[in-house]
Ligand binder design. Structure first.
Ligand SMILES: [Zn+2]
Ligand SMILES: [Zn+2]
Length: 248
């Protein structure tokens, strides 16, 4: 690269920084970082935000050392093969996800997708299509978008696999926030239908959600999808470990 091209690149990067200032900051704590495209978070957040340690082989939640499956996955029907979430839903990650979901910070989807892609890399998931947890039309109208859908679309680019709509939310449901697994499942009852049943027949799917708390939503979606599909793997940006105990 000659000096002129280097100079032009520098000017262009400065210009892009002005237009896209977020691309110089950690997506979680907003501290200035270098090399955003490689790693969109700072070292401090890297050390505290990721879902590491001993985890349930089915739902990726923290469990005691020596155990391989959590009590909830042992006692409840799980229609998905496994669920994988790279981040812990707490602190700066939580704030970042809330702004992604409710404050129009759609630009975060690219970074979240890269984080998920990297996390799933050595997990041996074999799927044909990427799909997502649906939002009701009224919610999409209020928010302007479905966070899970735009995340699924970014993952589709990274995997070079089609992102398809497989579920339609036909009736709105009340906020799940303070409900238990059973109440959430009841709340979701008859709220969705499967579309594209022919296309997914016998196929393996990667189902994308934003945050996993009790697994009720991905499990309900998996019950519907498994009527046609073969295997359903689920993923989301973050795992809410803290609330899990209270929710069952
Ligand atoms: Zn940070
Ligand atoms: Zn589990």
């Amino acid at each position: 690269m000659n000096r002129f091209t280097k100079g032009c690149k520098k000017v262009l990067n400065k210009f892009l920084d002005i237009i896209f200032p977020e691309d110089t900051k950690c997506i979680f704590c907003k501290d200035e970082i270098v090399n955003f495209s490689e790693k969109p978070y700072c070292e401090k957040c890297e050390a505290t935000s990721f879902n590491t340690g001993n985890k349930c082989i089915k739902c990726d939640t923290h469990i005691k050392e020596g155990n391989i499956i959590c009590d909830h996955c042992k006692s409840k029907q799980r229609k998905f093969e496994k669920c994988l979430c790279p981040l812990n839903y707490s602190g700066e990650v939580r704030s970042s996800i809330i702004s992604f979901k409710d404050s129009n910070a759609k630009y975060l989807a690219k970074s979240y997708a890269k984080i998920i892609f990297k996390y799933l890399k050595d997990k041996n998931l074999n799927f044909d299509y990427i799909t997502f947890v649906p939002s009701h039309a009224k919610t999409i109208k209020r928010r302007g978008y479905n966070p899970s859908e735009i995340l699924a679309k970014e993952l589709s680019v990274l995997y070079n696999k089609p992102c398809i709509e497989t579920l339609l939310k036909t009736s709105p449901t009340q906020q799940q926030k303070n409900l238990t697994f059973e109440e959430r499942t009841q709340n979701l009852k008859d709220s969705m239908i499967v579309t594209n049943s022919k296309l997914i027949k016998g196929k393996n799917l990667l189902l994308v959600d934003d945050v996993i708390t009790t697994c009720a939503t991905i499990n309900y979606c998996s019950i519907l999808l498994s009527t046609y599909a073969n295997k359903i793997f689920a993923t989301a940006m973050a795992r809410n470990h803290l609330e899990t105990e209270k929710m069952f």
